[in-house]
Design a protein around this ligand. Structure first.
Ligand code: NAP
Ligand code: ZN
Length: 350
C-alpha cells in the first residue's frame, strides 16, 4: 500500500481540497502509474456535487488519466516501467460476460468505474485521477503513441475522445455524411475534430455566439447558434447523425427536425434531470431515432488513441493547478473553458 495526495470532496456541497488516500501495491496483473495530468470532465462535477444519484464520499474524481508506468506485476507482459500510458473511465469489469468478451467492458453490468464504484482493493470505493498515482489491472491500461510533448493534451482523449469517437464510428460517420455536433465543450470539440478526420461534413451547434469562430477553427464547416431559429431552420431534414453532448436538459425536438429520413440523434450528455419529452411525431414522420452511448470499450479506446496519434489529434486544453479546481468547475458551468481543463498533477507536490 502507498499513501498519496489526491484532490477530492468530503460532501456534495463542499469544495474539493487536498486529501491523503491509499493505493494498493501492484498485484500480478497490475500496472502502477505515476499520474502526470488528469483532464476535468463535466461528469466529475456531476458526480462530486451529487447531481447524479449515489455519490460516495470522500469523492476523488478524474477519469482522463495519463502518466508513466512506475512498476508492473510479475504477470504483466505488455507494459514496462517508463511506458507512457493512459487510463480512462474503466478500471475493472467481470472479464467473462458477453460484453467483456466482445470488448464492450463499458456495457458490462459489473463495470468498475475509475471513481465512485464499489471495490475490494482496497475495500471501499474507487478513487479517481485527481491524484498522484493509480494502480490498475493491465487490461484497462492504454498505450499512448503521441509524442511525450503532447501528453497533457492527450489526457482528455481518455473520456471526451472515446465518448465521441464510439458513437461516430457506431453510426458510421464518414465521407458523404452530414453530421451535427451539439454543445462545444470538452466532448463537443473532440466530436468536431474526430468527425472531420473521419471525412464527414460537420456542423457545430452552440448556444455561445463567441464560439462561432473557434468552432470553425476546430474544423466545423458551418456553425449554428442554436438560439437563432432561422439559422436552425436552414438545416431542416438534412442530417444523417447529430451527436448531442449538452450537459443540461433542453428540447430534443429542436434537433430531431433537423434529421433526414432514418437520421439518428445520439445522446451522450448526461444531465442530472430529464430532457422534456420529444414529440413522437418528429420520430414517426421520418423514421428517426433517438439513441444513447456510454464512453467506449477498451479495444475501441486504444483504436481511438491510435487514430488520434496517426491524425495528429489532441484536445485544446487549459492547464490548471490542483488548487484551482473549484474555480475551474465554475467556469466549466458557464461554458467558458476552451475546451478542456487539464490538471497538472505535479502541482499537488508544491
Ligand atoms: P462541458 O465541457 O461543460 O460542455 C458542455 C457544453 O454543452 C457546454 O460547453 C455548452 O456548449 C453546452 N451547453 C449548452 N447549454 C448548457 C447548459 N445549460 N449547461 C451546460 N452546458 C450547456 O461538458 P463535457 O465534459 O463535454 O460533458 C458534457 C456532458 O456529457 C455531461 O453531462 C457529461 O456528464 C456527459 N458525459 C457523458 C459521457 C457518456 O459516456 N455518455 C461521457 C463523458 C461525459 P455551448 O457553449 O457550445 O452551447
Ligand atoms: Zn468523462
Amino acid at each position: 500500500m502507498s499513501t498519496i495526495t489526491a484532490y477530492g470532496a468530503l460532501a456534495g456541497d463542499q469544495p474539493l481540497k487536498a486529501l491523503q488516500i491509499t493505493r494498493r501495491a501492484p498485484g500480478p496483473h497490475d500496472v502502477q502509474i505515476a499520474i502526470a495530468y488528469c483532464g476535468i470532465c463535466h461528469s466529475d462535477l456531476h458526480q462530486v456535487r451529487s447531481e447524479w444519484a449515489g455519490t460516495v464520499f470522500p469523492c476523488v474524481p478524474g477519469h482522463e488519466i495519463v502518466g508513466r508506468v512506475t512498476a508492473v506485476g510479475n504477470h504483466v507482459s505488455s507494459f514496462k516501467e517508463g511506458d507512457l500510458v493512459g487510463v480512462g473511465c474503466i478500471v475493472d469489469s467481470c472479464q467473462s460476460c458477453s460484453e467483456c468478451e466482445d470488448g464492450f467492458e463499458n456495457y458490462c453490468d459489473a463495470m468498475v468505474a475509475t471513481y465512485n464504484s464499489p471495490t475490494e482493493d482496497p475495500p471501499g470505493h474507487t478513487l479517481g485521477g485527481y491524484s498522484q498515482q493509480i494502480v490498475v489491472h493491465e487490461r484497462y491500461v492504454l498505450r499512448i503513441r503521441h509524442p511525450e510533448s503532447q501528453l497533457a493534451a492527450v489526457a482528455p482523449l481518455l473520456c471526451a475522445g472515446i465518448t465521441t469517437y464510439s458513437p461516430l464510428r457506431h453510426w458510421q460517420v464518414g465521407p458523404g455524411k452530414k453530421v451535427g455536433v451539439v454543445g462545444i465543450g470538452g466532448l463537443g470539440h473532440m466530436g468536431i475534430k474526430l468527425a472531420r478526420a473521419m471525412g464527414a461534413e460537420v456542423v457545430a451547434f452552440t448556444t455561445s455566439e463567441d464560439k462561432r469562430d473557434a468552432a470553425t477553427q476546430l474544423g466545423a464547416q458551418q456553425v449554428v447558434v442554436s438560439r437563432n431559429p432561422e439559422e436552425m431552420a436552414a438545416h431542416e431534414k438534412s442530417f444523417d447523425f447529430i451527436l448531442n453532448t449538452v450537459a443540461a436538459p433542453h428540447e430534443l425536438d429542436d434537433y430531431l427536425v433537423l434529421l433526414k429520413r432514418d437520421g439518428v440523434l445520439g445522446l451522450v450528455g448526461a444531465p442530472s434531470s430529464p430532457h422534456p419529452s420529444p414529440n413522437v411525431f418528429n420520430l414517426i414522420m421520418k423514421r428517426r431515432s433517438i439513441a444513447g452511448s456510454l464512453i467506449g470499450g477498451i479495444p475501441e479506446t486504444q483504436e481511438m488513441l491510435d487514430f488520434c496519434a496517426e491524425h495528429g489529434i489532441v484536445a485544446d486544453i487549459e492547464m490548471i493547478r490542483a488548487d484551482q479546481i473549484n474555480d475551474a468547475y465554475e467556469r466549466m458551468l458557464k461554458g467558458q473553458v476552451k475546451y478542456r481543463f487539464v490538471m497538472d498533477i505535479a502541482s499537488m507536490a508544491a
